[in-house]
Write a protein that binds this ligand. Structure first.
Ligand code: F6P
Length: 519
């Protein structure tokens, strides 16, 4: 069966695209946010809104605008609907997806190709052409639905690995709006990234934006290398020229609502779940880990480290409790279903080996916990264990720090491979692959004197108070709307200002590249 990636041969949509229309492509219009999950307040949207959604919620409520994405629902056999909901100054527009589209785009290419490769896990990939084609097809579908909603002066901010080619499709339809893209997950070194199916198209997808943001300088550097190897070039001031366009790229590390989270943790102290947990500890020190059940989080390695800690320090038996809160995630993806069984077995074995009639070393929970209770549990825990094997940022690390009581703060044990390690330098930084070393860091955290705990925590808290989520939004959007030369075709390009490489260009109607990946 031939599986083709949809062509960008579209007619411009709507009068909004007429270049004589006042305000066309002028910055300062409405903010339009696009992300796969959309936390519609009524509950009509996706129930699993995570860190990204929480971060953006504040930004949109503050500025007003439109949030567009997937509804969280699938339809079979009928045309998916796009519904709009208005809440205060924000409109939420969410669209259903056909089950097959969801499987190919989300379960398939996004989470079996992009996610593992971007997290340096080639061993966790599952590639096939149907998924690759589905990813581009669904991006085109979302672009068509979005095209009905956008105005000429809207500033469009597209989020995460689900939607890298979205701007290419919008540009192909003639939209010249400011378009920014932020990647919430890591971007890997060029040799790893090149393993991706349709890698060239993915890279070209980035070039259709005016600004591409990454979590860390390392991700931005990896991207710059990829552009250079792909025949593009870096100009001054974070600008790049590639695939017939000029655009800007750089690191914009995401923050949290630091003061808001601190207040939540104070309230959390009085939360019933937190009080019951505190009583149940009977004086034992609490170590906490909170992660989606994902192989990038290094949960298995963390359990190994905890086992090492107990094995090497018999005096700690019955004196510590490790609480691992791990909501299930992406269970339809085979690699995740396998991981769920593996982690449950590993925890069972550890508890069986080290536990006693009156002591369960690891408490393991698969359900999500409410925000206030979670913030209170962070505050209760002497050690926050955030040890992903690779992570874009990891907001749990930041929330753990923000939740601590200044008079008696806990200690963050943090993977040096989480984006957060760039800012939280005074955490105990560990290599999560080295279980003995992580165990030694946990021991050090448990024994750390109050003065040192305060000193390390204060330094981290200062960073978090400066780099808040508001500041992140301001920095990204400020850069996106500031430079008016961006988005122009590069000199020597094909002269068509549709923002696309020659192969993708609607203007020149050349043989599109996706013709080559039919099967
Ligand atoms: O950045 C990765 C991310 O998209 C987060 O924003 C979010 O918390 C998480 O993955 C949730 O994944 P999913 O939408 O697949 O449940």
């Amino acid at each position: 069966m031939a599986v083709a990636i949809p062509s960008l041969d579209h007619e411009p949509v709507g009068s909004a695209l007429r270049p004589d229309r006042p305000g066309l492509d002028k910055a300062g219009g409405r903010l339009v946010v696009v992300s796969n999950r959309v936390p519609v307040p009524s509950g009509a949207g996706s129930p699993n809104a995570g860190g990204l959604a929480v971060a953006l919620d504040a930004a949109l409520k503050q500025r007003g605008g439109l949030w567009f994405g997937w509804s969280g629902n699938t339809v079979d056999g009928r045309e998916p609907e796009t519904e709009s909901h208005e809440f205060a100054n924000v409109s939420y527009a969410v669209t259903d997806l056909a089950q097959r589209d969801l499987d190919d785009y989300y379960h398939g290419f996004a989470n079996r190709a992009l996610w593992p490769v971007c997290h340096y896990r080639l061993d966790m990939t599952g590639f096939n052409r149907r998924n690759t084609a589905g990813y581009f097809r669904v991006n085109e579908f979302f672009a068509r639905r979005l095209a009905q909603l956008i105005r000429p002066d809207d500033v469009i901010w597209i989020h995460d690995y689900h939607f890298i080619p979205l701007a290419s499709y919008l540009r192909g339809m003639g939209f010249t709006n400011r378009m920014g893209f932020f990647l919430h997950i890591p971007w890997p070194p060029a040799d790893l990234a090149a393993v991706l199916p349709a890698y060239d198209l993915i890279l070209r997808g980035f070039s259709s934006y005016d600004l591409v943001g990454f979590q860390t300088p390392l991700d931005a550097e990896n991207f710059a290398n990829a552009i250079a190897r792909g025949g593009g070039r870096a100009l001054d001031n974070g600008c790049y020229e590639a695939h017939g366009r000029r655009f800007r790229a750089g690191a914009f590390p995401i923050g949290i609502d630091t003061q808001g989270f601190r207040r939540l943790a104070e309230q959390g102290e009085r939360n019933a779940v937190v009080r019951r947990t505190a009583a149940s500890l009977e004086g034992k020190q609490l170590i906490i880990g909170v992660d989606r059940l994902d192989y990038s989080k290094g949960i298995g390695e963390r359990i190994d480290a905890f086992s090492c800690l107990i094995e090497n320090n018999p005096a700690l038996r019955n004196r510590v409790t490790f609480l691992q809160i791990t909501p299930k995630s992406r269970s339809e993806v085979p690699e995740y279903a396998h991981l769920q069984r593996e982690v449950a077995e590993q925890i069972g074995e550890t508890n069986g080996r080290y536990g006693d009639v009156d002591w369960t070393p690891i408490r393991y929970i698969n359900k999500p916990i409410g925000h206030t209770a979670l913030a209170g549990l962070y505050r209760l825990a002497r050690v926050g264990l955030v040890t992903p094997l690779r992570d874009g940022m990891n907001l749990v690390a930041k929330e753990y720090v923000a939740a601590q009581a200044s008079a008696d703060p806990g200690v963050l044990v943090l993977s040096r491979f989480a984006g957060a390690a760039y800012e939280l330098e005074t955490a105990l930084l560990v290599n999560p692959y080295d279980s003995d070393a992580t165990a030694a860091a946990i021991k050090r955290a448990l024994e750390m004197p109050l003065d040192e705990r305060k000193e390390r925590w204060s330094a981290m808290m200062r960073r978090l108070e400066t780099n808040t989520v508001d500041r992140w939004c301001d920095a990204f959007l400020g850069t996106l709307v500031a430079a008016d030369h961006q988005g122009m075709p590069a000199p020597g390009g094909d002269g068509e200002d549709d923002g696309l490489s020659p192969e993708l260009s609607t203007g020149v109607r050349r043989q599109p590249l996706w013709g080559a990946i039919k099967n």
